[in-house]
Ligand binder design. Structure first.
Ligand SMILES: NC(=O)c1ccc[n+]([C@@H]2O[C@H](COP(=O)([O-])OP(=O)(O)OC[C@H]3O[C@@H](n4cnc5c(N)ncnc54)[C@H](OP(=O)(O)O)[C@@H]3O)[C@@H](O)[C@H]2O)c1
Length: 393
């Protein structure tokens, strides 16, 4: 197998860590050449040195001098700011891993869709905010889009070569998050410390809070809609606390196939990075069903987890609504994490922003249109945040 070169967007994050683990386990098959980070120059410099990358780009322009200084004498070139990130994305690579968090990853992900490229997509916001535009561009340039989100990765693998017309429906599983068994009153009083305790995964703060509210599963439903080209009513969620089954495909004839693995992002990362020939996993990453906890499944409770209901409504509404929902949620989660909003304020703010937007807005046709909806919605969310009832924490 020839060596495959990798560009890692979001290299210092949690998905970035999983990808780096897989690359370092397979040095004869994979090499990271380019790394991109957000604001943390020291962390990015360290990752660039550890991975042996030849170029590092930081999104935050102000961090450029610190990054350059930290890389002095290493021979690793660096840049900072939007242009540097786009330069990093344009550099030759067999696989680009899109693992920047939030709508901030939109532009780089879109720019990564170049002819012949393979994109391993963790940044679900690209599909939530600009699903049609991303899928059309990928098809136009014949870029291969691989889902790195574990549920979508499982569904992708289960689907295999089956045509879409063979599929009756797809089910994404959810852990239920740290509040799965909590009463509505207890959830209402939860702070960041409780929300940041995911039962199975260590992830970035934003997605961990989204898992606690179950907004993450709603965003994933929207992601799946575009990725697989399904109708909204063909997508479903089941709460499955053990997170062994990640996705289920129900075929037209009633057959159901499950995608299973240990709850470890490195499994999905290994599948994407080994798309042209499976990579070997260490023994600890193999699933032993005989010793795992009994598998259980239940319907999500939309009364205690209204964020999921809002996302399902945006999925059905379509157009620009998923982008509005995502932007409002990003503002709400940031406010929750800094103590400006209660946990129950997250869905309340999202609902208020969605209700305030004109429902007729078309789905963004390009990244500029998606970013315009994103910015509009953020402004609306920030303005509502400074008004009652959101000012009462
Ligand atoms: N974590 C998981 O297990 C998991 C699973 C499935 C999907 N995902 C998705 O994967 C994405 C990343 O999640 P994560 O948990 O890895 O997040 P994370 O740990 O917070 O890491 C985010 C990464 O993105 C970088 N970043 C932030 N803003 C940026 C910008 N404007 N430009 C360039 N880079 C920027 C960060 O760098 P700095 O730290 O320097 O800002 C960091 O490297 C999200 O879309 C998430 O929904 C995550």
């Amino acid at each position: 197998m020839p060596l495959r070169t990798v560009t890692l967007l979001g290299a210092t994050g949690s998905v970035g860590r999983s990808v780096r683990d897989i690359v370092s386990e397979n040095p004869e098959r994979l090499a990271i050449r380019t790394v991109v980070g957000g604001q943390d120059a020291a962390a990015l410099a360290q990752v660039a040195i550890e991975t042996g990358a030849s170029f590092a780009a930081l999104a935050d322009e102000a961090g450029g001098p610190a990054l350059r200084e930290a890389l002095t004498g290493t021979g690793i070139a660096s840049g900072a700011g939007r242009t540097a990130v786009l330069e990093a994305v344009a550099r030759p690579a067999d696989i680009v891993v899109s693992a920047i968090s939030g709508a901030a990853g939109l532009e780089a992900t879109f720019a990564a869709l170049l002819p012949g490229r393979t994109i391993a997509l963790a940044n679900k916001e690209s599909l939530v905010c600009a699903g049609e535009a991303v899928m059309i561009r990928a098809a136009q340039v014949a870029a291969r889009l691989l889902p790195l989100d574990s549920e979508h990765n499982a569904l992708f693998q289960v689907l295999g070569a089956e045509p879409l017309s063979a599929v009756h429906s797809m089910t994404l599983t959810a852990s239920g998050g740290p509040f799965r068994t909590w009463s509505a009153e207890r959830i209402a009083a939860a702070g960041p410390e409780q929300a940041l305790k995911h039962p199975n995964y260590t992830m970035g703060a934003k997605i961990t809070v989204d898992s606690a509210s179950m907004m993450n599963k709603g965003l994933e439903l929207i992601e799946a809609r575009f990725l697989f080209g399904l109708e909204a009513d063909q997508l479903d969620v089941l709460v499955h606390p053990q997170q062994i089954v990640h996705g289920l495909v129900t075929f037209r004839d009633g057959s159901v196939s499950a995608g299973m693995a240990l709850p470890d992002m490195r499994v999905a990362a290994a599948h994407c990075l080994g798309i042209d020939g499976r990579l070997d996993a260490p023994p600890a990453r193999f699933l032993d069903l005989a010793t795992s906890a009994p598998l259980s499944f239940e319907r999500p409770d939309l009364d205690r987890f209204p964020a999921l209901g809002l996302a399902i409504a945006a999925l059905r509404e379509g157009g620009a609504m998923p982008a509005v929902l995502n932007a409002a949620n990003e503002v709400a989660v940031a406010a929750f994490l800094t103590g400006r909003l209660r946990f129950t304020g997250i869905p309340a703010l999202v609902e208020a922003v969605c209700a305030a937007m004109p429902v007729t807005r078309e789905a963004p046709r390009d990244i500029a249109a998606a970013l315009a909806v994103d910015q509009d919605s953020r402004r609306r969310a920030a303005s509502l945040l400074s008004q009652a009832p959101f000012t009462a924490t």
